[in-house]
Design a protein around this ligand. Structure first.
Ligand SMILES: Cc1cc2nc3c(=O)[nH]c(=O)nc-3n(C[C@H](O)[C@H](O)[C@H](O)COP(=O)(O)O)c2cc1C
Length: 265
């Protein structure tokens, strides 16, 4: 990635049980000049993803007739997949002595996630990484305040796109309290459910400095790079239109007043 991409890069770490391997990944990110480390804390184990189960999406993938038919129905996507090959998990190549980087190693990583991640572990990683450190997957305002107290630079409010804990609070409902808890001392990002420019504006009104997208970008990626660029253009257009319709001349001016209940007067 670092060789292929111009511009700032953030490295996202899933914390594994093996802290030597975690250390290796963090050191690599440093060597390749990554500007921020994102430590994801909401994947202590894989959630039960019922839609994946229903759609036969598993790691490793067990191809079915339905997948083949879907592939035939989407020839451009299939062609790109055949040309580019299956995604490889290069960062974990070599983990547990496995020299592959395909879905088999991804499954092994999934079985070795560190479910017991605690404050000592956080401090260890904070000591390793001197640059900006953002913690992703925070919904609890108390955790957010303590993380900033323990040296995190930013909080990424996320419920992993609703893919982990069924019943978790939505990010948009959590972000206001998280913002208040960190008292404006740190940047608060949000993701999970951001689909339109108005979602980005509403998140900002509730205290999110920045919004991130997961599946919106992936849905565009069905059309390759151009599709992802189209998604970003659409979001930017919608933000611009939304700001005009709200009567706000700039994104940074969006504040909580925009979503206060209308009081008859
Ligand atoms: C296919 C897929 C793979 C993901 N992989 C990761 C990952 O490796 N690390 C991570 O922190 N989050 C991962 N996520 C979660 C996203 O980073 C993000 O939190 C989520 O997709 C946001 O919700 P949204 O899809 O509604 O925008 C993944 C999400 C999807 C859909």
């Amino acid at each position: 990635m670092a060789r292929a991409v111009q511009g700032p890069l953030w490295f996202q770490l899933y914390v594994l049980k093996d802290f030597d391997f975690n250390r290796k990944l963090v050191r690599q990110a440093e060597e390749f000049g990554y500007s921020a480390l994102v430590v994801t804390v909401d994947l202590q184990t894989g959630g039960k993803r019922e839609k994946d189960l229903r759609n036969g999406i598993s790691i490793p993938l067990r191809p079915s007739l339905r997948h083949v038919l879907e592939g035939i129905a989407h020839p451009a996507w299939s062609f790109r997949l055949l040309r580019g090959g299956f995604p490889q998990f290069e960062n974990v190549r070599g983990y547990l002595g496995d020299t592959s980087a395909g879905l088999t190693i991804a499954a092994r990583v999934g079985r070795n996630l560190h479910a017991g991640f605690d404050w000592d572990d956080f401090r260890t990683i904070r000591d390793w990484w001197k640059g900006l450190l953002i913690v992703k997957g925070v919904l609890n305002p108390g955790d957010a305040a303590r993380l900033i107290g323990e040296g995190a630079d930013g909080i990424w409010v996320s419920n992993h796109g609703g893919r982990q804990l069924d019943g978790a609070v939505s990010s948009i409902d959590a972000v206001g309290a998280v913002h208040d808890a960190v008292g404006g001392q740190a940047s608060v990002m949000i993701d999970s459910g951001i689909r339109t420019g108005m979602d980005v504006i509403k998140a900002k009104a509730r205290g999110a400095t920045a919004s991130a997208i997961g599946r919106a970008a992936l849905l565009g990626a069905v059309e390759g790079q151009a599709g992802v660029e189209r998604v970003l253009d659409l979001l930017l257009e919608e933000i611009a239109t939304g700001l005009k319709l709200c009567g706000v001349p700039g994104f940074q001016l969006v504040g909580p007043d925009l979503i206060s209940p209308v009081v008859a007067g």
